[in-house]
Write a protein that binds this ligand. Structure first.
Ligand code: GTP
Length: 298
């Protein structure tokens, strides 16, 4: 019987907001092999990353999944088994992990899975937040573990004159990964609505994700103002905003800035996901957005 070629697998990892989806979008528009599978795992009930991905090629097969860090195990094994049974088999698998996923565990799962071959574990590192991530006891274990399990490390949000902070340099010294300094990517996208960069604050409780969905029309500035008011509890926010008829916006809120740009695709519903460590605070944020709707209806 002819031997079947294993499915070359690339894991995209890195902490919340580090640039995984941005890279995947670039890859999809340039050189992803035909009949590749793209599997996107997000943190939370709504898979926003899946809708932020600009699929261009009909040959790319999309699969969405829940959060790897929560569902790793049976559902991930099932998903891999499903991919492994495909006839004809896919050429390659690209799996974007959630920003708080344990990349080493997923990598081990691929290593032992029949029909798969782990090609690359590509970890994105936001250098501008390295010192914060290295010193925050709620974040540093998963952040360091993601870096140490990588075969390829991509450093972004740094300039050619800048060297890596010591905390990151120490991890890199323990790593055998290939290193890439992505200076070009430090030019942020031109925001249409953006807040001034803000000082970084550290969250205080455990990890949570809450979502907000609405079919009503919202004003971009109102939403931005609400997000800015919850800077203390938010660690990451992303999603789509439905404003006046036919207008859609992509919201990208990271620890340092809120950027809102027009969506390339029509948006018929607002879908936002908020990640942070203070569940009650996140719920208050959602309540505040709900009250915006009430105000606009009144
Ligand atoms: N300055 C700069 N911004 C970047 C870079 N890569 C991504 N961004 C921006 O950072 C924000 C988050 O990028 P994503 O690609 O969505 O990050 P992610 O790792 O997929 O985020 P999660 O899936 O939520 O963990 C977006 O506003 C991007 O435009 C980079 O290299 N430099």
């Amino acid at each position: 019987m002819p031997s079947i070629k294993p499915i070359a697998t690339t894991l995209l990892t890195g902490f919340l907001g580090s640039g995984k989806t941005t890279y995947l979008n670039q890859l999809l528009q340039t050189d992803i092999p035909a009949r590749s599978i793209v599997l996107v795992n997000d943190f939370g009930r709504i898979n926003i990353d899946a809708s932020l991905i600009a699929y261009q090629d009909d040959d790319v097969i999309r699969l969405n999944n829940g959060c790897v860090c929560c569902t790793l195990g049976a559902s991930m094994a099932e998903k891999l088994a499903e991919i492994g049974r495909m006839d004809p088999p896919p050429t390659a698998l690209f799996m974007e992990l959630s920003g708080v996923a344990n990349a080493a565990r997923v990598a081990d799962m691929i290593r032992v899975a029949q029909r798969f071959e782990l090609n690359e574990v590509r970890c994105f590192v936001d250098v501008s937040l390295a010192a914060l991530h290295a010193t925050d006891p709620r974040v540093n274990t998963v952040w360091a573990q993601q870096i140490l399990s990588a075969t390829h490390l991509v450093f972004n949000r740094l300039t050619p004159e800048q060297s890596l902070p010591t905390c990151l340099e120490q991890l890199v010294n323990q790593s055998v990964a290939q290193l890439r300094y992505d200076y070009a990517a430090t030019v942020p996208p031109a925001p249409v609505v953006a807040s001034p960069p803000r000082p970084v604050t550290t969250p205080t409780k455990g990890w949570h994700s809450v979502s907000f969905e609405s079919n009503q029309v919202l004003a971009v500035e109102d939403v931005r103002a609400v997000l800015e008011a919850f800077t203390e509890v938010l660690y990451r926010a992303k999603g789509m905003l439905h404003t006046e008829a036919g207008r859609g916006w992509v919201v990208q809120w990271t620890k340092t800035q809120c950027v809102i740009t027009p969506s390339a695709r029509p948006v018929s519903q607002t879908q936002l996901v908020f990640i942070g460590m203070d569940e009650a605070g996140l719920e208050q944020l959602v309540q505040r957005l709900h009250s915006l709707q009430t105000e606009s209806v009144a």
